[in-house]
Design a protein around this ligand. Structure first.
Ligand code: IFM
Length: 692
């Protein structure tokens, strides 16, 4: 691992108030529990230091929002006259370095949020005029719900919502040397979603951390990052910009979730308050696979979040007259839906949002996340217990929601699919095929476990078999929903540069009456459940839907990129991959409220599943890389079951190792056991064969 490689760092020079919120989000340092924005350590116009913690909410309904924690990164007594500022996020170390000119001279800082001990933070500053801060400038603290104080030389603050809260204790130490002062600050956050942590706990933990000391904690933190990178870093030789973007994405994904307890992973992770920290399908579909394949314990804590909301989801379904569990489109503390029903439109007029009532696919998405985790990890205890309960209750929901017509065909009506430009549609192919998959998967798990009664399972089988899916074997196309093909055939690719918010640019009504698709919809099926769609249907559906997709959601481009790579359309794949890779680094759709962690998870999937052709399939790992000529090599580590597997592809050659050995299927070769000794393959006439 070459830690001096420039693609390990993200540097921003200067200070632009208009860009500052995006910069602070891009430079967030997070440890899976708290995220601290990369705002400068002194007050500048437009800058706002911010600390958020996962899953600690206040408010009710759609107003449910993340509690803002007290901050810890500000230096006192240094108003900047000239905001000459340089910030460098060292992705390899997980450390943010800043250097700036202040009224008293140059000040430099380094900050870390310990990956080794989530909740522990450290700041080291050097320069003239540094003095210990008595109250550490707890910015952003709502005094109605918070308090600050001092205790034996340490500062503390606490804040809470209706249920949970956070407390921090911190202390500064200043040493004088020839160049001025060096200030070391250690802090400890204690956070909890359903109780209010006491200041005494934070003070006690602070005292324990001070025993280890700043340098000891920093060394532990760096070692923890090095360990994560060793099993996570993806290497693309031949494209330095892409390499940096991949590492930037992996960095924020790693910081989003930790092992243990439950993780409510919101749409912007721990990098900002966007979507008020609510949990969407982004978590289950876009981020969970990355964690399942690199840090399974963190994926498990995401599933724990869902499992603990199963009761609320069953209650939500019952209230609406359905069976099983209806997971909320937007979920926060208690698992009840918190999606806003109305939002102001561009002209100020309120717009009805139907997702909370009708974007049902989230139910199958949660089930898919369960299955993806089990396939990557082989965690049988989870599969047989909580995992099966989620699969069964989600299947029951579909069984109660499907309407069977006089001819015996099943329909799911009046819904919203991933393409949110078209609302209240019937038989959205994505939703129906995912529901079919959900029923089938739950039934086969029930049979494996000898659970549930045969009548119920037979009913699931019959409903799954009878569900319409909009597929036409004559064209190889899935119709996105009933009536979609009759809409105005607008080809957004030929009209506007993408990504584009087509509804804002062309108007909602025009877009609703057209074939413009907001984000991957039918094509999500080819990505998520390639075995659940008609064989050979990827090509025609890609050709049809790709030019019609606006990528008006950041979730979309990475999915297209991976599928385009599978189809061997490398030029288009790389163009779309770049859109996903640069989305936050280039602030393509504004990162002001946090970076788009689902896009980052999608980028990992595009490279691993798409270009790498790596995916778990029951007891084996499928491997079939396809890489463009412009990449010298692609190297991907994944954890499959108990094995650390490494795949390295260069042109038409590939080497694989697995420690301990794993069952691997390369292309269409028979499954084989691969171990620590490199197994090599070459591609001849499009087919992999063992290298001589
Ligand atoms: O979950 C997404 C949705 O698919 C599109 N709008 C934004 C949501 C949060 O990222």
């Amino acid at each position: 691992m070459d830690a001096d490689d420039p693609s390990w760092s993200v540097v921003f020079d200067g200070f632009d108030p208009a860009m500052e919120r995006s910069r602070a989000a891009q430079l967030t340092i997070a440890d899976g529990t708290i995220g601290t924005s990369g705002a400068p350590p002194v007050e500048l116009p437009g800058s706002r230091a911010e600390v958020i913690t996962a899953g600690v909410f206040s408010g009710t309904g759609a107003a449910t929002d993340l509690v803002r924690c007290p901050t810890w990164t500000r230096l006192g007594g240094h108003p900047a006259v000239d905001p000459e500022l340089r910030r460098e996020l060292n992705l390899y170390e997980g450390v943010l370095y800043q250097e700036m000119r202040t009224t008293r001279g140059r000040v430099h800082t380094m900050t870390f949020s310990s990956l080794a001990r989530p909740g522990v933070v450290g700041l080291r500053a050097g320069g003239p005029g540094l003095t210990p801060a008595s109250d550490l400038l707890w910015t952003g603290l709502d005094t109605a719900t918070g308090a600050t104080g001092n205790s034996e030389g340490a500062s503390w603050a606490r804040v809470h919502g209706e249920c949970g809260g956070a407390a921090i204790a911190a202390r500064d130490e200043v040493r004088q040397d020839a160049d001025g002062a060096q200030l070391d600050r250690l802090g400890v956050y204690v956070t909890a979603p359903t109780r209010r942590p006491g200041v005494a706990t934070a003070l006690r933990r602070l005292a324990a951390m001070e025993q280890i000391g700043f340098d000891g904690l920093l060394a532990e933190h760096r070692a923890a990052w090095a360990l994560r990178w060793a099993s996570t870093d993806i290497r693309v030789d031949g494209d330095e910009a892409l390499q940096r973007a991949i590492r930037f994405s992996l960095f924020h994904l790693i910081g989003s979730a930790r092992a243990g307890g439950e993780t409510a992973l919101g749409a912007r992770g721990l990098t900002g308050p966007g979507y008020k920290g609510h949990v969407f399908w982004d978590a289950d579909i876009f981020i969970l696979p990355f964690l399942a394949a690199t840090h399974p314990a963190a994926a498990r804590s995401m599933l724990e979040y869902r499992f603990r909301r199963l009761g609320a989801s069953i209650a939500a379904a019952t209230e609406q007259g359905y069976g099983g569990a209806w997971f909320a489109w937007e979920s926060a503390l208690d698992g009840r839906d918190v999606t806003p029903r109305w939002v102001p439109g561009p002209d100020g007029q309120p717009i009805r949002i139907w997702s909370g009532d009708c974007e049902l696919h989230v139910v199958a998405d949660v089930a898919w996340g369960v299955d993806a985790y089990v396939q990557w990890t082989g965690d049988q205890a989870f599969a047989d217990g909580p995992g099966f309960r989620i699969l069964a209750e989600t299947a029951r929901f579909w069984a109660s929601r499907i309407e069977v017509d006089a001819g015996g065909r099943g329909h799911i009506r009046h819904i919203v699919g991933p393409d949110e430009y078209h609302e209240l549609v019937d038989d959205n192919a994505f939703t129906n095929v995912m529901a079919r998959w959900n029923l089938g998967r739950a039934a086969s798990e029930a049979r494996r476990l000898g659970a549930l009664n045969a009548d119920e399972l037979e009913r699931w089988d019959a409903l799954a078999a009878g569900l319409v899916d909009g597929y036409d074997p004559a064209t190889g196309l899935y119709e996105q929903f009933a009536g979609y093909f009759a809409l105005e055939p607008l080809i957004i690719r030929d009209m506007l540069p993408r990504p584009v918010w087509a509804d804002t640019v062309l108007g909602r009504e025009r877009v609703q009456g057209s074939q413009v698709v907001k984000q991957a919809d039918v094509l999500m099926l080819h990505h998520l459940i390639p075995e659940g769609v008609a064989p050979g249907s990827l090509g025609p559906n890609l050709a049809y839907y790709e030019p019609r997709t606006a990528h008006g959601s950041s979730l979309s481009p990475a999915i297209h990129a991976g599928l385009l790579a599978r189809a061997g359309r490398f030029e288009d794949a790389l163009e779309t991959l770049q859109m996903a890779a640069q989305l936050d680094l280039d602030d393509l759709v504004s990162s002001a409220d946090g970076v788009h962690v689902a896009t980052m998870g999608g980028l990992w999937q595009a490279i691993v599943n798409g270009f790498g052709g790596i995916r778990p399939s029951r007891d084996r790992l499928l491997v079939d890389p396809r890489i463009p000529a412009s990449w010298t090599s692609l190297e991907i580590p994944v954890r499959f079951r108990q094995s650390q597997v490494r795949v390295r592809a260069t042109g038409d050659r590939m080497d694989i190792t697995a420690r301990p050995s794993a069952r691997v299927q390369v292309g269409s070769l028979p499954v084989q056991q691969i171990g620590a000794t490199e197994a090599s393959f070459i591609r001849r006439d499009g087919e992999w064969e063992p290298a001589a």
